[in-house]
Design a protein around this ligand. Structure first.
Ligand SMILES: Cc1ncc(COP(=O)(O)O)c(C=O)c1O
Length: 398
């Protein structure tokens, strides 16, 4: 028996059973659906991509996996070299994990231990954003701020280790003034907060955060598990403002295999690099650097560059703005668009009830949550397919 995610199993509606997938389409036994969710925002090249498939097949013929404890291999070496040259600044040191949540855990552990290694053991606190989502493991839940997902944490009472602030500069300055000597890091989903409601904010906030982190010696962590690889209309938000630690996941493997990476800059890496064995980073997921995941990630990045995905994303944003321009309805609170993400926030979640089935009947797979009806399409989507996704959203309010 499968226990499905985020569902009350007693009342959940039967999931659609997918029997095939190709390009932007998911196939059930008798229907064809455009996937407007990109399998939780990860399938940027669409399904059954011949080159991605081949990358996995070729690697599987050699070996699928060997552990990184005491062993290494070409796909993981090549991927870390590629990320080192492709990512901005001195974000050069790649620690691989098997999921986005674990990669964020690693980032938070790195930040804490970085200061422990320096003898600054009082720096136990994390600054994070209201409505943040960083994963479903315990420390990521604590850094997150979404009771709809993580109400189980209430059992522990308020955390002494995390402070949440809204995305405004005044609150940011106040938090640094008050807590700077106890903070080890400030973690954000830069520009776009995904699971917390597709909330968008300005780069000036990140610039200020960088300035304050520098002033008070706090590490800045960008969780780009969702925003990375173009989703905000930037390749990475880290191209605009440089963090000390960058976390990637989801689209890293083109959505083929769960994998994440925590990329540290030189300063952070050097905080661990010395003769003291206790200063080593004590972490090592069994499947870190999985050879299939690394091979497909390399191919995914190659496609991203070769086919100028940034221009595809700009086009998606342009079409979305054009199509959504005239939509207004008494039930809608706000329409937000950024890069390859569009979100309609409604005033009352009841007005989205039934939307999934409505979309299904029109050939679109969608999964609204709470008050948010959104699309994060695969970047290979054609104009008419994207218009169909957006028309379906608009038709719901007609
Ligand atoms: C910003 C962010 N961080 C971390 C995660 C967790 O990634 P995973 O589901 O691969 O553990 C997610 C997943 O949605 C995310 O959106």
């Amino acid at each position: 028996m499968i226990w499905y995610p985020y569902e009350q199993m007693k009342t959940m509606k039967a999931p659609y059973k997918i029997v095939d997938a190709n390009g932007v389409y998911l196939y059930t036994k008798d229907s064809k659906l455009i996937d407007s969710v990109s399998s939780w925002w990860s399938v940027i090249h669409g399904y059954k991509h011949p080159e991605l498939n081949q990358a996995i097949i070729s690697q599987a013929e050699k070996f699928a996996h060997v552990m990184l404890g005491g062993l290494t291999h070409e796909p993981v070496q090549k991927l870390s070299e590629k990320l080192q040259s492709w990512l901005p600044g001195d974000l050069d040191y790649c620690f691989f994990s098997d999921s986005g949540s674990v990669a964020v855990e690693v980032a938070l552990k790195m930040a804490l231990q970085y200061f422990m290694n320096r003898g600054e053991e009082q720096r136990t606190m994390i600054l994070a954003l209201e409505h943040a989502y960083h994963g479903d493991t315990f420390k990521t839940m604590e850094a997150g701020d979404d009771e709809d997902y993580h109400f189980v944490l209430k059992a522990y009472g308020p955390s002494r280790y995390v402070v949440h602030i809204p995305t405004n500069i005044e609150a940011l300055e106040k938090a640094f003034m008050k807590y700077h000597h106890r903070l080890n890091c400030f973690i954000v989903e830069p520009l776009l907060q995904g699971a917390g409601g597709m909330r968008m904010y300005d780069v000036s906030f990140l610039k200020k955060a960088r300035e304050l982190c520098d002033r008070y010696g706090v590490l800045l962590i960008f969780d780009e598990v969702a925003t990375g690889f173009g989703r905000t209309g930037n390749r990475f938000a880290a191209d605009l403002v440089l963090p000390d630690i960058l976390v990637l996941g989801k689209a890293l493997t083109g959505g083929y295999i769960g994998h994440g990476v925590t990329v540290a800059n030189r300063k952070v890496y050097e905080g661990f690099y010395d003769d003291n064995p206790e200063h080593a980073l004590m972490h090592g997921p069994t499947f870190m650097g999985n050879a299939l995941a690394c091979s497909v990630a390399l191919k995914s990045i190659e496609l991203f560059e070769k086919h100028d995905y940034m221009s595809k994303i700009r086009r998606i944003e342009e079409i979305t703005r054009r199509e959504m321009k005239d939509l207004s309805d008494y039930r809608i609170k706000e329409i937000r668009i950024m890069g390859g993400c569009v979100c309609i926030e409604v005033k009352d979640s009841a007005s989205l009830k039934g939307y999934q089935q409505f979309a299904y009947e029109r050939g679109v797979f969608s999964r609204p949550f709470l008050k948010y009806l959104y699309a994060m399409v695969p970047y290979v989507i054609k104009e008419e397919e994207l218009v169909k996704v957006l028309d379906t959203m608009k038709e719901w309010f007609n």
